[in-house]
Design a protein around this ligand. Structure first.
Ligand SMILES: Cc1cc2nc3c(=O)[nH]c(=O)nc-3n(C[C@H](O)[C@H](O)[C@H](O)COP(=O)(O)OP(=O)(O)OC[C@H]3O[C@@H](n4cnc5c(N)ncnc54)[C@H](O)[C@@H]3O)c2cc1C
Length: 270
């Protein structure tokens, strides 16, 4: 049985540069890393491998250099890696991205049953958190988001119990397999690769699936299959603040002035 982990290669910065004309990501000259949330998804899948004997397949959609990130996953202990790369996949929004990833999972499932798909909570560049749920919806899998603990995986009864991290509380949920689980970073501490595993990963095979292999209709993928397009990207202007008192020397006076101002504006529930 397989646990499929989705990992995205992202710019090593939260200051993503966008082409002002096309509204697309500028990838040139930017160092790339595995999306930090996905390192936790991968670690969790390796734990499922260790505990339940599942095999770990890692998949990523992206340009050819995404292979570097997939080799990192192999060095950490993934059993196989598949790169989904083709010019026609480019310019995809989250819907078109989920389309390609879901089809890849479907193809893997035809060879070996998929029990779990693991995703990160979100990416540090797109930040939408839509891709995991998009994959689950397309495949008709159960979906569990914001998971901070996999309590139990029962492969015989085909169900999983997880803990979800909500605001100020936790929730225990059970769902039937196959399931898509999107994890939060608190779930684990990712391991480091060993030197022998790193060396092994250098020569390991990363399977490439282009659209000749995937046979998806070009109307449903890439830019053509993306119903949403970025029209403009900009940083919001900060509202101008107000300096109370002389601004530096008398903090107590400033605190009183601030209190008066908040009461005046009816912003304090006294
Ligand atoms: C309207 C719109 C237009 C866009 N146009 C372009 C464009 O022209 N060019 C461009 O480069 N990008 C474009 N993007 C960004 C691109 O679509 C997103 O990077 C991609 O859809 C993933 O969404 P996200 O980064 O928000 O991921 P999230 O939904 O935040 O990711 C959640 C999880 O899904 C998995 N995941 C997400 N993406 C991948 C992936 N590619 N491979 C494997 N796993 C993945 C990871 O586990 C990740 O943690 C566009 C996005 C939008 C919303």
């Amino acid at each position: 049985m397989l646990v499929v982990t989705c990992v995205k290669q992202v710019p090593d910065t939260t200051q993503v540069k966008i082409d002002p004309v096309k509204g697309t990501l500028i990838r040139e000259g930017v160092p790339f890393i595995m999306n930090p949330f996905d390192t936790h998804a991968l670690e969790e899948s390796l734990r499922l491998k260790d505990e339940y004997g599942l095999r770990v397949a890692v998949i990523s959609m992206g340009p050819p250099n995404t292979e570097v990130t997939l080799r990192k996953a192999l060095a950490l202990g993934a059993s196989e890696a598949v790169l989904l790369s083709d010019r026609v996949f480019g310019g995809a929004d989250t819907l078109a991205t989920s389309m390609v990833l879901a089809e890849a999972i479907n193809r893997l499932d035809q060879k070996e049953e998929v029990a779990v798909v693991l995703c990160g909570r979100q990416t540090i560049d797109g930040d939408t958190a839509q891709v995991g749920p998009g994959i689950a919806t397309r495949l008709g899998y159960s979906q569990l988001t914001l998971v901070d603990r996999i309590e139990n995986l029962d492969l015989q009864a085909k169900k999983v119990r997880v803990r979800r991290k909500l605001e100020g509380r936790h929730e225990l949920v059970e769902a039937p397999l196959p399931v898509m689980i999107a994890v939060v970073q608190e779930i684990n501490k990712p391991r480091y690769p060993t030197v022998p595993m790193r060396l092994m990963a250098e020569s390991a095979t990363v399977t490439l699936w282009d659209n000749k292999e995937m046979e998806l209709s070009e109307e449903t993928i890439g830019l053509k299959g993306s119903p949403t397009q970025v029209r403009k990207i900009f940083s919001p202007e900060r509202a101008k603040g107000e300096i109370l008192g002389d601004g530096t020397s008398k903090p107590e006076e400033a605190a009183h002035l601030l209190l008066d101002r908040l009461i005046e504006k009816d912003l304090l529930n006294l």
